[in-house]
Design a protein around this ligand. Structure first.
Ligand SMILES: Cc1cc2nc3c(=O)[nH]c(=O)nc-3n(C[C@H](O)[C@H](O)[C@H](O)COP(=O)(O)O)c2cc1C
Length: 447
């Protein structure tokens, strides 16, 4: 079913983890193992993404070293030690000109004033290319770095996120667009009539405002979201302009797409006000066999203890006491158990897997990898886009720089030949390129 006009283009984001999204990517022969703190590594990636006309670079973030088994920690590279993303993006802003710069900042362990001011600054520095990925933190370890004994409960996190985001939007409207005449001749720097304190008093925050930076070039930096729970979806419906989803089948993606756009309509958002971009982890070979070989090379580098701890995270259980080469143990669900506990137990029992085999399945398939020739990858993306399962993709290269360079050199030209992706940026700001309207200040008098 073709739900697209012929001129409509897909959106592409580049979601970079330091050495890639695969757990063993830091051991790949071509990896920069110090990538997490290697600025030149990110400069090359961002400039490559910009040459390929990507809409945006996207960086995740957490506020703790992940709690895991000491031996797994010794052998892990992911989310352990890397740059703070806003600082990194400010550096990249100076060395790029068109690509959007999207960073994660948590609503659980920040103050809205800080987030509003930091992203407004990045938007000025980059001439309108900033985006904020609004997350609620999910790790207990993060609470311990911010004066709390216990992490917030799920519902409380989203209540806080909602109020947090409303305060941020309010602070972004502190100054109207034309509040600063800066007229040397008359001596008038600013127009106090265009200055608006927020005077917010709520359950979680008390913020008087105004913010001490002029309104951002984009009005508001682009609002991005990626939560999957019911609360997360409601939050997205109210605020999100870009949603990073993670569906494995086109059927799931189609129903999610329709559901989110209907929920957003209740907040007055039209279908084109939100771009839904599922993650895609591409491994590309000249042939499908070559792509499989590249994937198997990565899988051969997975450390057993790391695989075991990934499975333990899915199960939310310590499984270190069971023989690794013995049959999958009889585990009882408890209050911590989620859907993935039952899925993994059922799979292991059905296929009579050992603990080791189950752990390696979890580590390899933690993300679904889309493998194949450039044509096969482009076919897959075209099918999802044209049928209305998404507005574009968040490309999550399993290893860097190889998997990203392959995508840029082999898949992007194929998408362009098919008329599915731009060959030149349409605008200067991230909003213009994504086709999102610039929000007017709530205080502006309509012309
Ligand atoms: C593509 C993607 C990227 C994400 N990046 C982050 C991140 O960098 N930091 C973080 O704390 N959570 C991240 N998350 C998690 C969610 O944004 C969300 O806040 C978390 O899962 C809790 O919400 P939920 O219970 O509604 O899923 C990401 C999720 C997805 C799908």
């Amino acid at each position: 079913m073709d739900r697209r006009s012929r001129d409509e283009k897909m959106r592409l984001g580049a979601f970079f983890m330091p050495t890639g999204h695969h757990v063993a990517s830091w051991r790949h022969p071509d990896a920069d193992p110090d990538a997490g703190v290697n600025f030149q590594h990110y400069v090359k990636l961002a400039q490559t993404a910009e040459r390929a006309k990507f809409d945006m670079v996207f960086l995740g973030d957490n506020y703790a070293v992940r709690a895991t088994h000491p031996e797994a920690l010794r052998r892990s590279a992911q989310y352990i030690a890397n740059f703070e993303p806003l600082t990194l993006l400010s550096g990249l802003a100076a060395l790029t000109s068109h690509i959007g710069l999207v960073a994660t900042a948590s609503t659980s362990y920040n103050e809205p004033f800080h987030v509003a001011r930091n992203f407004a600054s990045l938007d000025h520095i980059s001439n309108g290319r900033a985006g904020w990925n609004m997350v609620t933190s999910a790790q207990e370890a993060e609470a311990h770095n911010f004066g709390r004994e216990k992490h917030y409960g799920h519902a409380e996190r989203y209540e806080r996120a909602q109020e947090f985001t409303r305060v941020v939007l309010g602070l972004w409207d502190s100054w109207e667009d034309d509040a600063f005449p800066r007229d040397k001749a008359s001596g008038q720097f600013l127009d106090p009539a265009k200055l608006h304190p927020l005077n917010h008093k709520g359950a979680h925050f008390t913020v008087r405002g105004p913010m001490n930076i002029p309104r951002a070039p984009q009005g508001y930096p682009v609002l991005v979201q990626a939560g999957t729970s019911g609360d997360g979806r409601r939050f997205a419906a109210e605020f999100a302009e870009v949603i990073f989803s993670s569906h494995l089948t086109i059927e799931q993606a189609l129903s999610y797409y329709a559901e989110v756009k209907a929920a957003a309509a209740e907040f007055g958002h039209g279908p084109s006000d939100i771009k839904i971009m599922p993650g895609l982890n591409p491994i590309i070979g000249r042939t499908a066999d070559e792509a499989d070989e590249k994937f198997e090379l990565l899988n051969s580098l997975i450390e057993p203890v790391v695989a075991r701890e990934i499975l333990a995270t899915f199960l939310r259980k310590d499984i270190s006491q069971y023989p690794f080469d013995g049959p999958f143990p009889d585990l009882e669900p408890d209050a911590q158990s989620s859907g993935s506990f039952y899925n993994w137990v059922e799979l292991a029992k059905k296929e009579k897997l050992t603990l080791r085999q189950t752990a390696f399945r979890a580590a390899r398939g933690r993300m679904s990898v889309t493998r194949g020739s450039p044509k096969q990858i482009a076919d897959h993306m075209q099918e999802w886009f044209v049928s209305g399962a998404c507005d574009g993709f968040n490309i999550m290269p399993p290893y860097l720089p190889g998997a990203f360079n392959d995508f840029v050199e082999l898949v992007v030209p194929e998408l362009q030949r098919r008329g599915l992706f731009r060959t030149e940026y349409e605008g200067k700001t991230l909003r213009e390129n994504l086709g999102l309207r610039r929000p007017a200040s709530r205080y502006a008098v309509p012309a």
